[in-house]
Design a protein around this ligand. Structure first.
Ligand SMILES: NC(=O)c1ccc[n+]([C@@H]2O[C@H](COP(=O)([O-])OP(=O)(O)OC[C@H]3O[C@@H](n4cnc5c(N)ncnc54)[C@H](OP(=O)(O)O)[C@@H]3O)[C@@H](O)[C@H]2O)c1
Length: 329
């Protein structure tokens, strides 16, 4: 990508299977029920000015309209063109039978005529109200169904053929679910959004998608320290507090956040850290562009995996399934 402003730094890119270039870092936009839509939109404005080009959006984050307004402003001000941006969105669980309308709403809110990547946010039609508590359950929730998933996916394939979405993404999948659905895809997914940080490295899933030219996009890359209460348990490991991460950060003279992001980018993922704080999001972009971790440091982090999933998804459990692990079968 051309850098038209010498004061800003653009992240290197990777190629997706559809030929599109995607930056190796993006800005997350889930405010974790803590930051308002306007705060997140203001962060998108500042982050794009600082050099971010990938913005990870979703209808359920309830801020696409505000983000759309700042995208329009950034384009009007000549900071970026639409083509230079890489904007994602996601169909929420209650719209699996109605993907076209859901996508049209996201496009309208974002003020775009296409998104670069459109995810099926969760592989279930089960949904919870935004801001719900951890023990909230929806009586209509159902277990994963290959047929229902593929029906939702076909709707995405139609949107792809119409040019409204430039690539299809899956999210919150497992190897077993991918094994079941990938042979049925007419258009292969270009990316998988998955939880990925030093305390939860998912090596099997990561290798599985890499081997199939599906780009892993790592969510909660810093271990989501501001995640909602419903996603917290006493056993959770904080990636940025792991002794291995703290030690490597000290050796580089940086915040542990930088080690998490360098690790993610260096294994070949695309981390999408969230922040509304300019000093944080600017630093996060710089971390993946300079001073890489050594092979030894990378090995040390690989050996430090705690297999600790933070986003357990228990609010999507169906009747008869009481353990969140059922979500991840
Ligand atoms: N597909 C899915 O199902 C799914 C699920 C979860 C998330 N996501 C996506 O992934 C994105 C990222 O995940 P996340 O927001 O949960 O977690 P995260 O990016 O791991 O953590 C974000 C938090 O880390 C802190 N932080 C950010 N930069 C920092 C820095 N340089 N130094 C110190 N602290 C820093 C901030 O905390 P403070 O605000 O307290 O400063 C910020 O709120 C989301 O915004 C969303 O776009 C997708």
């Amino acid at each position: 990508m051309e850098n038209r402003n010498s004061e800003i730094r653009l992240a290197p890119t990777r190629k997706l299977r559809n030929g599109a270039e995607i930056p190796i870092i993006g800005l997350g936009t889930f405010g974790s029920d803590k930051y308002t839509a306007n705060q997140v939109a203001e962060a998108v404005y500042g982050a794009v000015k600082a050099g971010y080009r990938l913005i990870d959006c979703a209808a359920v984050y309830q801020n696409e309209k505000e983000i759309g307004e700042v995208i329009a402003k950034l384009i009007a001000e000549g900071v970026v063109t639409r083509e230079e941006l890489f904007i994602t969105s996601k169909v929420w669980n209650d719209r699996h039978r109605d993907v076209e309308a859901a996508c049209n709403e996201s496009l309208r809110d974002l003020g775009l005529d296409y998104v670069d990547l459109y995810f099926i946010h969760w592989p279930f039609p089960n949904y919870h109200a935004p801001g719900c508590s951890g023990d909230a359950r929806n009586p209509d929730s159902k277990p994963f169904s290959v047929d229902e998933y593929i029906d939702t996916y076909r709707q995405c394939e139609k949107l792809y053929k119409e040019g409204k979405i430039r690539a299809i993404g899956m999210s919150n999948m497992t190897v077993k679910k991918l094994e079941a659905v990938l042979p049925l895809c007419e258009i292969m997914p270009a990316a998988l959004e998955m939880e990925l940080h030093p305390a939860f490295q998912q090596p099997e899933l990561f290798k599985y998608v890499k081997d199939r030219d599906i780009m892993p996009i790592g969510f909660c890359p810093l271990g989501s320290p501001s995640r909602p209460e419903r996603d917290r348990t006493d056993e959770d490991v904080a990636a940025m507090q792991m002794p291995e991460i703290v030690e490597i950060a000290a050796a580089h003279g940086i915040h542990p956040a930088g080690v998490c992001l360098k690790w993610s980018a260096q294994i070949g993922a695309i981390p999408i850290p969230f922040s509304v704080k300019p000093e944080q999001y600017k630093a996060n972009l710089a971390y993946v562009c300079e001073d890489p971790l050594t092979d030894e440091e990378m090995k040390k982090i690989a050996a430090a995996d705690r297999n600790c999933r933070l986003i357990k998804g228990q609010v999507f459990l169906w009747e008869g399934a009481d353990d969140w692990r059922a979500i991840w079968e």
